[in-house]
Design a protein around this ligand. Structure first.
Ligand code: ATP
Ligand code: FE
Length: 368
């Protein structure tokens, strides 16, 4: 079995060909990050235009690199949900043309399902396992019971942690900091935090009383904003200059973020273990997404997995961010399970909003 995977849900145009055993035969990606950095965020029509300009070439590159002829493909898998409508639209219409031309089955892919299943390409992980997805756009905790069988244990009630870290980094003007000018916001915070004292600011972990596994980061962001304003006054500097306490603020934010993420994850593991949804020993927790590359946050997660006798696994960084490989692999998983393979694409639509799996965060609350 060979699947061509196509991803355009956000700001990366990506494609890959993957075989049944998880061999990546060819892959290509075009990142729009540089363009969006200049405008200070993604402007959907710009993202759409860039996807349009690049999709043909990226798919061609992935196919050529794989040395697979299109006629040998078993199916074409494409992200159809969730994501930016204009971006999803480009990938879907391109794929539908290809499907029509090649007369191949089509497999619509849920972007978060693909992120969650990636670990099965690199590691021998059986269902069920727990997954924590934390990035600039995602924040969720789910029990993965099968290829398309997810129990959503928690999600962010407002923004994702990477989004919060990026906003704090921007507010601290870390792009002007000589040591972090080329780093993403989260990476810059991690770097500066090493030089700071995390205890100088008393930040409360969000939702510490909430009896569920949900997350929240916008309250923390507001508190940090106020601290920064206060410090600017005290140090007598303008907005846009680097505070002398920037490293201490970075350390405090990182620490509080790590505590919050680890505590919610701990709750989720205990909930699953108590109900027999996860084994008492050697259950797997997968942490993925850009924020999971933060070593301080990983340490916090390790404390939790050690306490609960779980195993912490993280996909390699290049598979943690958006890519075509995870979409193709999700296609392989679905082919093997015989799930969601379409021979007729009439009426297929993209869905900008689409929660993953069954939500039981309320049940978790009642149980606690
Ligand atoms: P999506 O959410 O759709 O996958 P994304 O662009 O957010 O897209 P990622 O590349 O997985 O995807 O994550 C980027 C986010 O991760 C940014 O918010 C960035 O600040 C954050 N990040 C990257 N490195 C680190 C780090 N070392 N510590 C904390 N956060 C980090
Ligand atoms: Fe993603």
């Amino acid at each position: 079995k060979l699947v061509l995977g196509i991803e355009t849900s956000c700001d990366d145009t990506a494609a890959a060909v993957v075989d049944e055993t998880g061999n990546v035969l060819g892959e290509a990606i075009h990142s729009q990050t540089e363009v969006h950095l200049k405008t200070g965020g993604i402007i959907p029509p710009v993202a759409q235009q860039l996807h349009r300009e690049n999709i043909q070439r990226i798919v061609q590159e992935a196919l050529s690199a794989s040395r697979v002829s299109p006629s040998e493909l078993s199916a074409i898998a494409t992200t159809t949900k969730p994501g930016l409508a204009l971006s999803l639209g480009v990938g879907l219409s391109f794929s539908l043309q290809l499907v029509d031309q090649l007369k191949k089955p089509f497999i619509p892919i849920h972007h978060m399902e693909a992120h969650a299943l990636t670990i099965r390409l690199t590691n021998n992980v059986e269902f069920p396992f727990l997954v924590l997805l934390i990035s600039g756009g995602h924040c969720l905790l789910a029990l993965v019971r099968g290829v398309s069988d997810f129990l959503l244990l928690g999600k962010s009630l407002d923004i994702a942690p990477g989004d919060m870290l990026d906003k704090v980094a921007r507010r601290l003007s870390l792009r002007k900091h000589p040591e972090c000018s080329t780093m993403s916001g989260g990476k810059a915070i991690e770097h500066l935090a090493k030089q700071g004292n995390k205890l100088l600011f008393d930040l409360k972990p969000p939702m510490h009383r909430a009896k569920n596994c949900d997350f929240s980061f916008s309250g923390l962001q507001n508190v940090v904003d106020k601290i920064i304003k206060q410090k600017e006054k005290e140090e007598g500097i303008e907005v846009g200059q680097i505070l002398s306490s920037a490293a201490d603020i970075a350390a405090a934010v990182q620490h509080t973020t790590a505590c919050h993420i680890a505590k919610r994850t701990h709750r989720a593991i205990l909930f699953c273990q108590q109900r027999g949804l996860l084994a008492q020993t050697n259950a797997v927790l997968v942490a993925s997404g850009g924020v999971a590359s933060n070593l301080y946050i990983r340490k916090a997660l390790e404390i939790v997995t050690n306490l609960t006798q779980c195993i912490l696994l993280c996909p390699p960084p290049r598979l943690c961010t958006d890519n075509g490989v995870m979409i193709a692999w999700n296609g392989i998983e679905r082919l093997r399970a015989g799930l969601g393979i379409l021979h007729d694409t009439e009426g297929i639509r993209y869905e900008p909003k689409c929660p993953l799996g069954v939500d039981i965060s309320k049940e978790v609350g009642e149980a606690a």
